[in-house]
Design a protein around this ligand. Sequence first.
Ligand SMILES: Cc1cc2nc3c(=O)[nH]c(=O)nc-3n(C[C@H](O)[C@H](O)[C@H](O)COP(=O)(O)OP(=O)(O)OC[C@H]3O[C@@H](n4cnc5c(N)ncnc54)[C@H](O)[C@@H]3O)c2cc1C
Length: 402
Amino acid sequence: MNLEYDAKEQQFRKQVRSFIEANLPADLRAKVLNHKRLTREDYRKWHLILYAQGWVAPNWPREYGGAAWTPVQRHIWEEETTRAGAPNVISFGINMLGPVLMEFGTKAQKDHYLPRILNCEDWWCQGYSEPGSGSDLASLKTSAEWIEDESGAYYLVNGQKTWTTLAQHANMIFCLVRTTTSMRKQEGISFLLINMKSQGVSLRPIITLDEDHEINEVFFDNVRVPVDNLVGEENLGWTYAKYLLSHERNNVAEVGRSKRELRFLKHLAMTTPSQNGSLLDDPLFARKVALLEAEMMALEITNLRVVSSDHGNSEPGPEVSMLKIVGTEVQQRLTELMVETVGPYSLPFDVDFLEGRRETAVTGHDAAAPLTAHYLNFRKASIYGGSNEIQKNIISRMILGL
Ligand SMILES: Cc1cc2nc3c(=O)[nH]c(=O)nc-3n(C[C@H](O)[C@H](O)[C@H](O)COP(=O)(O)OP(=O)(O)OC[C@H]3O[C@@H](n4cnc5c(N)ncnc54)[C@H](O)[C@@H]3O)c2cc1C
């Protein structure tokens, strides 16, 4: 394993850094660094800036309009964008659906959808989970029945999805649907693209503990879906779903983001008075920070080992489960220590402040105001993308051979 960056990679880092300095809007940067919420327009703005530069899809090949960067380049990009406080590019189109269409889609699907993902004309959401079918995803029940009548052939979709992230912004959803019940449960699933504006699609917000509207329930009531919207072959959707999940788990450790948050935590603790000076001088608190930092450094090295061994862009293996578990534990621990740092000032979190309707916090200081919301929101990290318990099952089976 070589963890040194070569001259070309160092040059690439410089190029990325100067691009970000020149192009990342100050208002977006301030929102991200101060834990404020981003709107649909905020995400879109940064997406389109990257699109104009040809950098919005680092993982896509050039023939489809991607940047075709190596895993190391993507890692540098991730480090530099998170360090600077750039918003994430929403991954449903770029990281999840895009690779599936390139591998399994028809030419017509690629020609139509891939450019629209790049230029943000379509906002995709992910319709995998259902009530009762999360970890046991293959038990999903949303049905798609092949119908042929005088209007032609179509799928008639009925059922419900849940936890659908940012579906309120989306005009398209990629769904796993059951096309037959007569086979083994993994074998009767298909992968369907559904227009959210179709008659019979409705959406109900799920408001989370932090009073945010980030996730939704999505209902399908006799929704007609053109048969051309089937990806690949009928009943082979499980294969495509797994392929997609392997891409979803890219950059799962989120080390760049955690490093930025650690800097924030240290600054916060340094400016918080305590008996011996600042809270960061308090030996008990300093110990907690040091332990977390050590854990994070170990995570970073493991992440770099995975990145540097991925020369051929091969699908990530079970080691990604380790990155998911430790990465999310670190993220959650950071949010806990932030709340601990500001103590009682973290209590009255203020949604108007978070969403930019008020400029200053009602009580306490501005840096403290979003932290409880942030802490509550991050409980999700150990659940989504496959819960940490499920990742442990993967490790026990595929790494430890138990
Ligand atoms: C904020 C958020 C956003 C999400 N966004 C999306 C989205 O956009 N699209 C989408 O399709 N899904 C999304 N999800 C769903 C997510 O993938 C599921 O929540 C996750 O897979 C867990 O499934 P579940 O919630 O049904 O819990 P369950 O599967 O019911 O699990 C409940 C608990 O039991 C444990 N458990 C279950 N089975 C086992 C087992 N075999 N061994 C050990 N422990 C087990 C789990 O780890 C968990 O702790 C999102 C979830 C969250 C929280």
